[in-house]
Design a protein around this ligand. Structure first.
Ligand code: SF4
Ligand code: SF4
Length: 434
């Protein structure tokens, strides 16, 4: 006997040839993934994943571990445990960091299972995401609307007013879009190297747009041709984290937008978005983290003016566990010109988890507490915490208002440390070749 999800509930499926009834037992996820029952039974309960799981390490509760959650889901799927709030609670406690995947000798695809279970719990009203997040997720499906809604946040940041703990300092362009900017710089500099399409992202484009602009400048400076498909959509990670519908529509939109871009790769400057998009464009066009992509080029070198600055590099979970990258290439970090080192516990989760820091703020801050305390005594002036995911940047910034870090520090995307600036780009022209 096998199982599948249908309309939000587990159903038994006979192993015999499909009947008209069982043939209809499918969801969009079933088409691309192995049967859920098979994925759930892959766990051999060895417990190797316990040591890397932040929620188990924080609570010592087996139900709050990968092994415990898989057990609960399987017990429900096989009918030995009735659906109850207990299982739903431990499902929402998971950060979704995916640290358990590389630790697992049985290759349990925990992320795929989690995605399906989250959907099932929302579909059956066992979990109800807050209205504000559902509203934001709905807005994110229309990039122009999301941009409009977030315009005040962009204005405040450009004025240096940071009223929320997640808003880190920066100067986002207010009116010009990344698509228009890339087109303008491409016409001005005419790079001749590899051609890439940039995913601009919903939150990145609407609130942290200066990172997209820096990404365009760095790529063009290194002789990369950049296009920004105007009809692209949100990567779908927002919906995925919340267990909401609408991912398939966004995936179709992005398959069309990036499929016709005629590029060597699609590059992403946020590891979470990159992971989500790589699931969308499977076999269509390579999806690359922009820093990994740049690591294969001979990069233009920066010379920072702050000689005593020290950069501490943190590695996003969705880069190293989700996209299975080794990290951020050393030659990219060396090209920043800064004295850098990996942050202590750089491979551990910071607690951001997409929207986990909004849904579970206490857990999230507790996870960040141990990881961020080194900044209080870190050498350097200024001290810069650099990473490659804007959601992790928001989380690191919140360590200040939470009182976890009491000394001044800056939060930067690594691409910003490579940025020549617009004037620098004009002065240097195409200063490196692939
Ligand atoms: S995704 Fe992270 S928090 Fe969730 S079970 Fe795996 S290791 Fe634990
Ligand atoms: S490491 Fe893998 S097989 Fe072992 S308990 Fe964890 S999920 Fe199960």
């Amino acid at each position: 006997m096998d199982f599948c999800f249908d309309n939000g509930v587990f159903k038994e499926v006979s192993n015999s040839p499909p009947t008209p009834q069982t043939a209809g037992c499918s969801t969009p996820h079933d088409k691309a993934h192995p049967a859920l029952s098979e994925m759930l039974t892959n766990c051999v309960h060895c417990g190797f994943c316990l040591a890397v799981c932040p929620t188990y390490q924080m609570t010592g509760d087996e139900n709050n571990s990968p092994r415990g959650r898989l057990r609960l889901w399987r017990e429900e799927a096989e009918g030995r445990l009735a659906p109850d709030p207990f299982t739903a609670h431990y499902t929402t406690e998971c950060v979704g960091c995916l640290a358990c995947e590389p630790a697992c000798p049985a290759n349990v695809p925990y992320g795929e299972i989690l995605e399906q279970v989250r959907h099932q719990h929302v579909d059956t009203a066992r979990t109800r995401p807050p209205l504000s997040l559902r509203f934001a997720a709905a807005l994110s499906k229309r990039q122009w609307l999301f941009n409009l809604a977030m315009f005040p946040a962009r204005i405040l940041r450009s004025l240096g007013i940071l009223p929320h703990k997640f808003l880190f300092a920066g100067s986002p362009p207010l009116m010009e879009s990344t698509a228009a900017y890339a087109q303008r710089l491409m016409a001005e500099h005419r790079p001749t190297g590899p051609r890439v399409a940039l995913l601009t992202g919903c939150l990145m484009e609407s609130v942290f747009r200066e990172i997209n602009f820096a990404t365009v400048r760095v790529l063009i400076e290194n002789n990369v041709q950049v296009v920004v498909p105007p009809d692209q959509g949100c990567c779908g990670a927002f919906q995925e984290h919340l267990g909401l519908d609408g991912i398939d529509q966004l995936r179709d939109q992005n398959r069309t937008a990036f499929g016709k871009a005629s590029v060597d790769a699609v590059v992403c400057n946020s590891s979470g978005c990159g992971l989500a998009l790589s699931k969308t464009l499977t076999d269509q066009v390579p999806v690359r983290d922009v820093l990994g992509f740049l690591g294969e080029l001979k990069l233009a070198q920066r010379t920072p003016s702050e000689k005593d600055a020290r950069v501490y590099v943190d590695l996003p979970c969705h880069l190293i566990h989700g996209q299975k990258q080794q990290g951020i290439p050393a030659n990219v970090l060396n090209a920043t010109g800064y004295r850098w080192e990996l942050a202590p516990q750089a491979r551990d989760c910071c607690g951001s988890g997409g929207i986990y820091n909004i849904q579970k703020p206490e857990n999230s801050q507790e996870i960040l507490r141990g990881k961020s305390e080194f900044l209080n005594n870190a050498a350097g002036s200024p001290v810069i915490l650099a990473t490659s995911n804007h959601v992790c940047m928001m989380q690191w910034n919140s360590a200040r208002s939470a009182g976890l870090v009491t000394r001044p520090y800056q939060v930067k995307h690594v691409i910003q440390l490579l940025d020549p600036g617009e004037d620098g780009l004009r002065r240097g022209g195409k200063s490196a070749v692939s």
